[in-house]
Design a protein around this ligand. Structure first.
Ligand SMILES: C[S@@+](CC[C@H](N)C(=O)[O-])C[C@H]1O[C@@H](n2cnc3c(N)ncnc32)[C@H](O)[C@@H]1O
Length: 221
């Protein structure tokens, strides 16, 4: 089946989605590789990546392009970040992760995908990694913490991205309250600084998660 571009750097292949592999032959998780017309594609599993789940659920505004620089908070072992590295081959993906265990796995990926920059740091303390990071066009955040909106705001204040994408896991914030109420409250916190472009429920790929697509408001003085 021939890959068809649906967003810059993202393809549909039948019912699957894929990115063009910037490191042919190299696999990051157990994703399938597919060759078509001299190019190699990595199938992108929506059960393993909330951004892929968002696309599979009909995301409309895709902020990433080949030159984008991305600040990725909660990179883990690099599953989603590696697809962003494929999508933004001329940009840098700054991968912030605070678990040393996860960082060991992430380093195996960043050694091959050279536009991924590993940053061992706590996303709650952006001033600690400010000096390691140049321009940020898009902030992508997927951290299971109690203060998810607060982390995004702290980082966007310093790095001033034009767009942000936030995956909210309601159970990390409050395991007993209704997810809808938790989402509403977190998103409300962002509205002074961001316009909400889309809010996508990630079921059936991830229970009690939404992906929120945001554009930062430019404020006058
Ligand atoms: C759900 S996983 C991320 C999965 C990843 N985004 C993906 O799609 O490939 C959340 C990650 O965030 C990391 N994390 C949680 N709190 C953090 C913090 N305050 N600073 C940096 N990383 C954090 C965890 O160690 C974990 O690896």
């Amino acid at each position: 089946m021939r890959p068809k571009q649906i967003f810059p750097g993202v393809y549909s292949v039948g019912r699957d989605i894929a990115t063009e592999n910037s490191t042919p032959g190299f696999r990051v998780y157990d994703e399938r590789l597919l060759k078509s017309k001299g190019r190699e594609y990595r199938l992108w599993d929506p059960h393993r990546s909330k951004l892929a789940a968002g696309i599979a659920k009909g995301l409309k505004r895709f902020p990433f392009s080949p030159n984008s620089n991305v600040l990725y908070l909660g990179a883990s072992s690099g599953t989603t970040a590696s697809h962003l590295a494929d999508i933004c081959p001329n940009g840098l993906i700054y991968c912030v992760e605070f678990s040393k265990r996860m960082m060991q796995d992430l380093l195996q990926v960043t050694m091959r995908k050279r536009n991924m920059v590993p940053v061992l740091a706590d996303a709650n303390l952006p001033a600690n990694y400010l000096h390691q990071i140049a321009r940020v066009d898009i902030l992508y955040q997927d951290v299971a913490q109690k203060n998810q909106a607060e982390i995004l705001l702290k980082n966007s204040e310093l790095f001033r991205p034009k767009f942000a994408m936030l995956s909210i896991k309601s159970r990390s914030i409050n395991a007993v309250e209704s997810p809808k109420k938790v989402f509403k409250r977190e998103i409300e916190e962002l509205k002074n600084d961001f316009s909400v472009l889309e809010e996508i429920d990630l079921m059936p790929y991830d229970k009690d998660h939404v992906l929120v697509n945001l554009e930062r408001k430019t404020k006058g003085f």
